[in-house]
Design a protein around this ligand. Structure first.
Ligand code: FE2
Length: 111
């Protein structure tokens, strides 16, 4: 899944559902900030050529950030939801629906 779609789904649907249940706004804010940084780097990379001096370094930093972010989601955020009352089934059907909308929008834009 494209990174932009992935973060949109998290930011619009998954994170708010988790934020409402776990008592850790700092963790949720940090995750949003990490998305922000990753998308900033990605935007810069898209404008660069692979032969540019800082391209490789930027790519490495991007990969490190993504890895860190995923690890934090998996180990901290999602583990905090284990005792929560999140309706994962309802949430996942919302996510699937929204994902279809977002991908449809993308493909129609490309035409
Ligand atoms: Fe994320």
């Amino acid at each position: 899944m494209e990174l932009e779609v992935h973060s949109k789904l998290e930011e619009e649907l998954i994170y708010p559902a988790i934020r409402a249940e776990i008592d850790d706004d700092d963790l949720m804010d940090e995750a949003l900030e990490e998305h922000h940084v990753v998308h900033g780097l990605l935007g810069e990379l898209k404008k660069m050529k692979p032969s540019d001096e800082r391209y490789d370094a930027k790519f490495t930093v991007l990969a490190e950030n993504v890895r860190h972010h995923i690890k934090e989601e998996e180990t901290e955020m999602f583990s905090k939801t284990e005792d929560c009352e999140i309706d994962w089934e309802a949430l996942s059907s919302q996510v699937v629906k929204r994902k279809e909308q977002l991908t449809a929008k993308k493909t129609s834009k490309k035409k």
